[in-house]
Write a new protein. Sequence first.
Length: 136
Amino acid sequence: METSEARIAKIFNKNDVPKVCKETLLGYRQHILRDFDRTAILTGREDFPWEEKYVFGGGSRVEYEKLKRIHPSYTDEYELIDISEDIIEENDLVSALKRLSDGKRFEIGLSWLETKNKKSKDHQLLDDFATWVANW
């Protein structure tokens, strides 16, 4: 079975995993846009930073539900619109998303996302991307 390290290196036609930088991020972006199923439903890998105090305690449940209407939540479902080639934040690609429940649009770091269908090829693609961003 191929490891995430081998799959990532293969994307770049290298023997080793390249360092995360603007050039390699844009290369990974091209790979995702070429191979990703745009009908895949996305969701958060884990709670988004603004949600932490509500998920782990300390924040009001009522306030959290109210804020979720105007902010993206890791529990929401999204459709991928695009991945920016102009904006890179904290060594992460910025994805443009549409929330399925109300059509609101958000920009979220791609490494924060996963596919709802954990058995899809796209799930592995995004998981490898998040692993690469976090470790290289």
